[in-house]
Design a protein around this ligand. Sequence first.
Ligand SMILES: Nc1nc2c(ncn2[C@@H]2O[C@H](COP(=O)(O)OP(=O)(O)OP(=O)(O)O)[C@@H](O)[C@H]2O)c(=O)[nH]1
Ligand SMILES: [Zn+2]
Length: 365
Amino acid sequence: MSLVPDITELLARARSDLRMGVPVILTDDAGLSVLSCSAETLSAQRLQDLRDLANGHPVVAVTVRRAETLKARAYDGDLARIEIPDYADLKWIQSIADPSDDLNTPMKGPLKTERQGSASLHRIAITLAKSARLLPAAVVAPIKDGAAFAGSHGLTLIEHALAAPHLTERSPLHSISAARLPMEVSEAGRLHVFRPEDGGEEHYAVEIGRPDRDKPVLARLHSACFTGDIMGSLKCDCGPQLRGALAQMGAEGAGVLLYLNQEGRGIGLANKMRAYFLQDQGFDTVEANHRLGFEDDERDFRLGSDILKELGFKSVRLLTNNPNKIAMMERTGIAVTERVPLKVGETAFNRDYLATKAAKSGHML
Ligand SMILES: Nc1nc2c(ncn2[C@@H]2O[C@H](COP(=O)(O)OP(=O)(O)OP(=O)(O)O)[C@@H](O)[C@H]2O)c(=O)[nH]1
Ligand SMILES: [Zn+2]
């Protein structure tokens, strides 16, 4: 019945629930059910209620990246299920999830991690937290008959088998609106807005001139950087790269700039500021992401080729220093006929950041 939400709609609802601190129920085909909350947004009252009803002990599920920093054994490969001791309060849970205070309280353990049983629902819990742009840590408690519990408590129910394919695939993007946008670099600008079906972030394409669809177009895949693009931050090179790319397109009279709302390499602005806080303690940009429990780069550049195809482009001259962007374009069917270097905006503040990207993330100098 079409009036009932489908699995993508339920996943979008689950992300909103987690951001507000509302638990969601996850179930699998083997009859397991868990109640999952974001470690970041859980309240003390809900933690208490969750402990009272849990059919077994709750755990904090964290990524293997965070587990490494915490010196917790990860028996589940990409994640660890850390047991919550009876004495632990909400602050304890938050300190497992959030590394801000790691240097003040370096030893949280010894932490015990679970090795028996399946971690597949915990994996979904972490994936959901990441896609909700929260810290990648979930408080997960086993419960009996999750479907009935979700029904009687008005909670969102996510079934593993239905959800799994949607957690790795990106949602189809649709062109919503477009209009002429005269800009400083070119009066012949046009802005297109794309919206994914799953209620996620919108992304934009700025077209300069009327690029020929049958020839390689000068293109830039730009990831949102509020601090660099808007505030003129000196910590990165995003603002100068954005303006440099647009200026080059204006000078050539044609180009397309994709503005992808994947702030902070896909971790969101709140987490990026957590990463900056760690960088002020001496960690580099990659180490900071890892301590938070993220990979160095959580972006999905397939979005870029989806939008280019939607606009009718087949090949690009890509403005970038990032080899992963080139590889992803090629893999997803957009030919990169030329890599156009984009070397602008080095400052005393971002010199180490740029050096780290070259040393650890393969950026071309
Ligand atoms: N997590 C995190 N994100 C950062 C940091 N500094 C900048 N960013 C983000 O990094 C992204 C920069 O993206 P891009 O401009 O596409 O840069 P790139 O991957 O280096 O590739 P090219 O510029 O094409 O060479 C933006 O989303 C910024 O918000 C940081 O220290 N930590
Ligand atoms: Zn930036």
